[in-house]
Design a protein around this ligand. Structure first.
Ligand code: NAI
Ligand code: MG
Length: 333
């Protein structure tokens, strides 16, 4: 049995976590969860966003499945994700965006996987006030961090039988910083002769993603472009309830839905558990349980394809638990 640290989160977190656990148990994947209350409620009850016992569990298990956490705006504690990303150097933020059967979106043929560098670029937070009317922000690009994210993208492409990796940059203007990222991309691409490699300037990439989403396969980019383009990619497949993600470091990996804690629908058993469930599938693949992950993906696709049982965010009337039960029924069909 592999042990995984589970953060139940806030808002809809505990509800969708409970359902995802049911599906994983029904799939008979060799996974055991160590559960923790983490987040806003935990912070106000016991004074720490992430209790020490949860950190100890991460350090033993190295794998986290995380439900969304409420983060107060402009005051209170620092984001849980920023804390975890810094502490465990989770440098690769991976977001696959793929059309799902029968889920409405204005775009077809979307099947792209974004690799966002998660630790440097403008997000190092180094801003300096020069005078009342002038602020400088520092953009950091290093060979070390560029290499590891670009290599992660190519390794993923090989493993997942993808054909192409595209580098997204602005090296025409930022000749030294993005220029370094792009030249590292070209160097590393030579080590992967079976994978096609090309590059797009970021503004052109935005237009192409909307006009011709089928052009993109795996994409790799510095932090800022990754933040923006991954939300754009989410929009292409129509729905926050369907978007999984992984944050991977050398030793620790964290899997979570892209959406937040949805306080407006919390406690009503109507959230869509698919994004967290697909994140759990990415986790199973990471842990070598590819067959179980595929079995769960197939069950989700069948339920969506039939279209009879769907949650309210995609036009249905089913509750979180009814939708989950439908998925469990399809697992062994
Ligand atoms: P949100 O993603 O929680 O909600 C936006 C809208 O989408 C809401 O109308 C919500 O009901 C709906 N929605 C989200 N997930 C859904 C699901 N699974 N099924 C059905 N409908 C769903 O974003 P919002 O409202 O901006 O943030 C709420 C809280 O979540 C904030 O405190 C924010 O800081 C936090 N947050 C946490 C994240 C994390 O822990 N990774 C990520 C994003 C936001
Ligand atoms: Mg963002």
């Amino acid at each position: 049995m592999k042990k995984v640290t589970l953060f139940k989160g806030d808002g809809i977190g505990p509800e969708i976590c409970a359902q995802v656990k049911r599906v994983i148990e029904a799939s008979q994947a060799a996974i055991e969860f160590e559960e923790f209350n983490v987040g806003e409620a935990e912070y106000y009850a016991h004074g720490a966003l992430i209790p020490q016992a949860a950190f100890d569990s991460i350090e033993r298990n190295k794998v986290i499945l995380k439900a969304p956490i409420t983060t107060p705006v402009g005051k209170g504690f620092r984001s849980c994700n920023v804390q975890l990303r810094e502490r465990y150097d989770l440098y690769a933020n991976i977001r696959p965006a793929k059309n799902l059967p029968n889920v409405k979106s204005p775009f077809d043929h979307v099947d792209m996987v974004i690799f966002r560098e998660n630790t440097e670029d403008l997000y190092v937070g180094k801003e300096e006030k020069i005078d009342e009317n002038t602020v400088y922000a520092t953009k950091i690009i290093t060979r070390r961090c560029s290499e590891r994210i670009i290599r992660a993208a190519f390794d993923y492409a090989l493993e997942h039988k993808r054909k192409k990796v595209s580098c997204i940059h602005k090296a025409n203007i930022l000749k030294m910083s993005d220029g370094l990222f792009l030249s590292v991309f070209h160097e590393i691409s030579k080590e992967y002769p079976s994978i096609e490699a090309d590059a797009y300037i970021v503004d052109n990439a935005c237009m192409q993603m909307v006009m011709h989403p089928e052009k993109f396969d795996v994409m790799v980019m510095p932090n800022l472009y990754g933040d923006i383009l991954s939300d754009l990619a989410s929009g292409l497949i129509g729905g926050l309830g369907f978007l999984p993600s992984a944050n991977i470091g050398k030793d620790v990996a964290m899997f979570e839905a892209v959406h937040g804690s949805a306080p407006d629908i919390a406690g009503q058993n109507k959230a869509n558990p698919t994004a967290l469930l697909l994140s759990a599938c990415m986790m199973l693949e990471y842990l070598g349980e590819e067959e179980k992950a595929q079995m769960i993906r197939n069950a989700i696709n069948q339920v969506l394809e039939e279209g009879k049982i769907r949650t309210q965010d995609c036009g249905g009337h089913a509750s979180t638990s009814e939708f989950t039960e439908a998925i469990i029924e399809k697992l062994y069909i």
